[in-house]
Design a protein around this ligand. Structure first.
Ligand SMILES: [Zn+2]
Length: 211
């Protein structure tokens, strides 16, 4: 089935074409894996391993595309990689325990669900992963080293999210250097951060480079 990517419609594009392309590829990769899992074409262990491969590669690349200092990559992404493994375990359990499969009332305590409904719920969940990957790009931005002693500077822009949380509204419009944003990120203020009041879900905020 042809799937029209949701990312292009619900997210504002990143300010870097290569990163944007990577983000869209990520959505397609996750969706292809998801469809294989739902149709029983891939075993649980293999699905988990493939998810790990695809997501870890995307996280490492996205950080570098954001301009992140390779020397700081390990420490900067530690928490994210750990969280990623936990999320994969949860997603795998949910898929293979039938949460997104078709079912009727007779065979389950849970409400009836068609194949299409289950798939759509899973697609919506996958979009959150794509949002999360755009947050890795922002981490790269805040870990970007100075060039000739001059730090990059970014403005926080609100995205297409309909209701912004207080943290995002507070940060919106601020212009700070990479290291200043990095300090705020340590305090939980960074695009798509799970420490935001909105917990980063559907947070479409961006740091746009102004210097
Ligand atoms: Zn936001």
């Amino acid at each position: 089935m042809l799937y029209l990517g949701k990312v292009g419609r619900v997210m504002q594009p990143l300010d870097n074409e290569a990163a944007q392309t990577r983000l869209e590829q990520y959505e397609r990769d996750l969706q292809a894996l998801m469809d294989m899992a739902l149709s029983g074409q891939i075993r649980e262990d293999d699905f988990r391993r493939e998810m790990e491969r695809v997501t870890v590669a995307a996280i490492l690349i996205m950080y570098l595309l954001g301009g992140g200092d390779p020397a700081k990559q390990q420490s900067a992404l530690n928490a994210q990689l750990l969280q990623n493994s936990r999320s994969i375990a949860g997603l795998t359990d949910d898929i293979y325990s039938g949460r997104y499969s078709a079912r009727d009332e007779a065979e389950s305590q849970r409400p009836t669900q068609t194949r299409q409904e289950g798939r759509q719920k899973l697609l919506n969940r996958i979009v959150l992963w794509v949002f999360a990957l755009s947050g890795i790009y922002a981490i790269g931005q805040t870990k970007a080293p100075p060039v000739n002693g001059i730090e990059p500077e970014y403005i926080w822009e609100l995205g297409r999210t309909e209701k912004h949380c207080r943290d995002c509204l507070w940060a919106a419009g601020q212009v700070l250097t990479a290291s200043q944003w990095d300090r705020l990120a340590a305090a939980g203020i960074a695009p798509q951060s799970s420490s935001l009041e909105c917990q980063g879900y559907h947070c479409d905020c961006r740091l746009r480079r102004v210097r």
